[in-house]
Design a protein around this ligand. Structure first.
Ligand SMILES: *Cc1c(COP(=O)(O)O)cnc(C)c1O
Length: 403
């Protein structure tokens, strides 16, 4: 597949994987459900670990051809040497966090990481004598002060969960390379379509495939990709020991979803920008939280390092609106209330004050998180106008003049 290396992502997403003639003419990989794998002789069975563990079909836990095909497509998009699939993004994160660090060593995390990432470190790993600490994501220049002699892994997420701060990754990598610290990133927001962590020099790229890669809110999956065969083998082993797997059915759904990732993400991006523009003009709105928004402090880094933005962003309202947040959200019809995101539907949720080691501006203001779905933008704006009109009829209107 030498010609593949020059192809664009949109083309790769359509054409990567087994060809139709390898699968009875079917376009997309069929679903192979299996626990037991039958061997044609004793020798092949006895040598199965050696011959099939990392790349072949050995036992259901390690993937059937359905998972192998999806891992290949994700590797192609990530420009990875190998990809390990898990049953959820959360499992992928836990697998990375637990694969390389031993008692007495230290993991440094961005203060803006996903809540479960934090919880896994503080509630599980710390019980095994692993040191956990955080750095302020917008203060990449100070990262060297946070590196300890026993720092083994740096875990990033950019933009950060819920508050969307950007990390200056090249600046961070200059320091981690000097100190021989392994790096991993949760790249779910941008997806490998809009940011390629491995090309940027990060060792491990994690996706919650549940989000955009799947795109239809009906499957859960995690992926871990790396440019190093050695790292891939460690991850694959640890994932297996922990019993992580992605079900063949979910792999098939996610593979179906990823084919249209580029067209979907471009549309999510366009709608999100139009919605941000609308929000920015409302007197109740304090700030738009997205690196793709020009006034956002992360905008320059995003412009420099990313090739696009997804549909997820935050909006902070002025303090007095805290009391009517519930009513505002419940007045919406097209924006539904629900976690997760990256599917075709628009979502809105209130975000509680984020858990943080370092103080930030957002923790005091009421924050909502919006996922721009694939509905018509004018319809979405009409829905917002309607909900804000209801809010403005409330007593709260007396506060508006204060801002
Ligand atoms: C949703 C999410 C996860 C967890 O993924 P699941 O597949 O739901 O377990 C991890 N990281 C980020 C940034 C997420 O948004």
């Amino acid at each position: 597949m030498s010609s593949n290396s020059t192809r664009c992502d949109a083309t790769r997403l359509i054409h990567t994987g087994p060809s139709a003639n390898q699968q009875a003419g079917a376009v997309n990989p069929p679903i192979y459900r299996a626990s037991t794998i039958i061997y044609d002789n004793v020798e092949n069975y006895v040598n199965r670990r050696r011959d099939r563990f990392f790349d072949g079909v050995m036992y259901g836990l390690y993937g059937t051809p359905t998972a192998i095909a999806l891992a290949q497509t994700i590797s192609d998009l990530e420009r990875a040497e190998g990809t390990v699939l898990t049953g959820s993004g959360t499992a992928a994160i836990a697998c990375v966090l637990s694969s390389f660090v031993k008692t007495g060593e230290h993991i440094l995390l961005a203060d803006s990481v996903y809540g479960q990432t934090r919880d896994y470190c503080e509630e599980v790993l710390s019980r095994f004598g692993i040191e956990i600490s955080y750095f302020e994501p917008t203060a990449a220049a100070e990262i060297e002060h946070h590196i300890r002699p026993n720092t083994r892994l740096l875990f990033l997420e950019s933009p950060g969960s819920n508050t969307f701060e950007m990390i200056d990754i090249p600046q961070v990598l200059a320091v981690t390379k000097k100190h021989g610290v392994l790096t991993a990133i949760d790249n779910t927001w941008a997806s490998p379509l809009f940011y390629k962590p491995l090309e940027a020099g990060i060792d491990i790229s994690i996706q919650s495939g549940t989000k955009y890669i799947s795109g239809h809110s009906d499957a859960m999956l995690g992926s871990i990709s790396t440019g190093s065969r050695k790292i891939f083998e460690v991850l694959k082993k640890t994932a297996g020991i922990n019993g992580h797997r992605a079900s063949p059915d979910d792999c098939a759904l996610v593979h179906r979803g990823i084919r249209t990732l580029e067209v979907r993400l471009k549309q999510h991006q366009k709608t999100a920008l139009e919605l941000m523009n609308w929000f920015s003009m409302q007197p109740e709105v304090a700030e738009i939280l997205s690196p793709a928004w020009e006034d956002n402090p992360g905008y320059q880094i995003w412009r420099r390092d990313f090739t696009g933005a997804s549909g997820l962003f935050g909006v902070t309202l002025y303090q007095p609106y805290e009391n009517v947040l519930t009513q505002l959200i419940e007045s919406l019809e097209l924006f539904q209330i629900g976690s997760s995101w990256g599917g075709y539907e628009s979502l809105i949720v209130p975000v509680p004050a984020p858990q943080r080691r370092y103080p930030n501006n957002y923790s005091t203001l009421p924050l909502i998180r919006i996922h721009a779905g694939l509905e018509n933008t004018a319809d979405l704006i009409a829905d917002l106008e309607h909900a804000f009109a209801i809010l403005r009829k409330q007593k709260i209107s007396k506060y508006v003049n204060r801002y």
